[in-house]
Design a protein around this ligand. Structure first.
Ligand code: AMP
Ligand code: MG
Length: 351
């Protein structure tokens, strides 16, 4: 009997030790999953900021940085080695070989641009370079200069050959610029890295364009802010809870120069060749494909409020601030939308 009790005590003791060890291991692993890492760097002419949780977060963020810089080098208008520079240098002459990823993106971007009713153009580079709005030496173009460059904005002249993986601009002097979709597409690149590394929770910001990966470690959704650029603060006027999606924001306030009291911003209207005259101050589009989100944020800005609201009525998701303190919000977002600042009139858009 005594011997049996002794054996039982030994078994119980061993079990207790095993349970305590298992608990410690569990707590350590959970601690690693909940540990938050952050890093920031400069790329794509803006600040890129990542926050990620989990044991693979640091490695994943490093790889994301590497891939983002490679993405920029492949697509930058300003990098002589890029696929985009090669296409531009041979415009009107011959087709050039491009990376398959570049070709796929150009195909998607061209199809989207051709649906935009000439609000979004991939071939605005001759005009945008002449305006130089984001450069050190911006200038106001004369109507004659605009008239000379405007015919070069023609996306139907971008010929893509999938089998040969080549691209060609048909007219000499034409040039493409992917600035209107680059940041959103970059979000897709980072999303794939996070997935590959098994990161479950992360937030990426590329100059205010946000990618939300998963939920917070406590199971709640990330809240993303929408700011009023006219308030000269970084504070949000409203926020929404999002998950696994991209929030792309466009506005004339982002990049501009001023002369004689007139503001010239970086979003051009391909119909006039001038900065788009929009009654939208800022528009945010939410879509799981960052390319689509970014395409629409630029396009809706050029379209203006009336047509932009139609996009939201037809199922598009996002929000829009007009030049009269009206904030229009997709019905989809009603459950999680919160107005943070007073002084704005909120209108939910029903489909
Ligand atoms: P976003 O900040 O996404 O609205 O993109 C603005 C950038 O897209 C500009 O800095 C230009 O590089 C490019 N861009 C400007 N106007 C247009 C347009 N109408 N269509 C396509 N890209 C544009
Ligand atoms: Mg855009």
């Amino acid at each position: 009997m005594k011997q049996q009790n002794k054996a039982l005590r030994a078994v119980l003791g061993a079990l207790t030790v095993i349970c305590v060890i298992a608990l410690i291991v569990f707590l350590i692993l959970r601690g690693r999953e909940e540990k938050r890492y952050a890093q920031a760097f400069y790329g794509m002419s803006t600040l890129i900021d990542q926050k990620a949780y989990g044991s693979k977060a640091e490695q994943a963020m490093q790889e994301a940085e590497r891939q983002l810089l490679a993405f920029e080098a492949r697509l930058s208008l300003y990098d002589a080695q890029s696929d985009v520079a090669a296409i531009n240098a041979t415009a009107g002459k011959q087709a050039v070989a491009v990376q398959p990823e570049t070709l796929a993106l150009l195909q998607q971007a061209k199809a989207l641009a051709l649906q935009s009713d000439n609000a979004f153009s991939l071939t605005l580079a001759p005009l945008s370079l002449a305006w130089g709005i984001t450069s050190e030496t911006p200038q106001i173009l004369t109507q004659a200069e605009i008239d000379a460059l405007l015919p070069l904005s023609d996306d139907t002249a971008l010929i893509l050959d999938e089998t040969a993986s080549t691209a060609q601009l048909q007219q000499e002097g034409q040039a493409i610029d992917l600035g209107g979709i680059a940041k959103g597409t970059a979000c897709n690149v980072v999303r794939d890295v996070y997935k590959q590394y098994g990161v479950k929770s992360a937030l990426l910001s590329i100059g205010g364009n946000i990618y939300v990966h998963g939920k917070k470690p406590d199971g709640s959704r990330y809240r993303i802010g929408f700011r009023d650029p006219q308030q000269f603060t970084q504070a949000s006027i409203a926020s929404v809870a999002l998950e696994d999606t991209v929030f792309a924001v466009s506005g004339g306030y982002e990049r501009y120069f001023e002369q004689d009291g007139v503001r010239y911003h970086h979003i051009l209207d391909p119909r006039t060749g001038r900065p788009a005259q929009s009654d939208i101050v800022s528009v945010g589009v939410i879509h799981p494909d960052g390319t689509v989100a970014d395409f629409y944020s630029t396009t809706l800005f050029v379209w203006g409020k009336e047509r932009a609201l139609e996009y939201f009525q037809q199922g598009g998701c996002g929000m829009l601030l007009d030049d009269n303190q009206n904030l229009y919000v997709s019905g989809h977002l009603k459950d999680s939308f919160e107005l943070v600042e007073s002084g704005y009139e909120v209108h939910f858009i029903e489909e």
